[in-house]
Design a protein around this ligand. Sequence first.
Ligand code: FEO
Length: 173
Amino acid sequence: MLSEKLNKVLNEQIRIEAESSQIYLSMGSWAEVKGLEGISSFMYKQSDEERTHMQKLIKFVNERGGHAVISDLKAPATEFVSFQNMFEELYKHEIFVSASINNLVHVSLEEKDYATHNFLQWYVAEQIEEEALARTILDKINLIGEDKGGLYLFDRDIMQISVQSAASSGPAI
Ligand code: FEO
């Protein structure tokens, strides 16, 4: 049975994962409007992944006698200064998510809930992958800068990056 405190922080994580999904959906839509299909489909896939992170948490909370509550969400940014800026935001957001997962792990230990602690290890590993992927992409986009030709090639290459990352870290519900 989940403690009240864990039920609360896990519910906060459910909201964060849902907001992550909305943030990437919005980034995908912006990229699509700008005509960069590779980046757009990468973001849509990221958005879908965040939704599975959320669903996995919902199931766990309810299975452990808690109550997963679906709340309203903060609206994501809809415009970005540049692709560089958009990927910076993505990277910063993943760092924020990692910190939040770390805090969850901390609370699970405080509450001596080893089942939750064990469950959270999947998220710890996932965040290592997500941060590394975001960092790799940001490094590439920083090299390209405002170069249109470079951005065109990057748009083609990012399809490959997302296929590789999906193969190595497909989320399981
Ligand atoms: Fe579910 Fe990208 O963190």
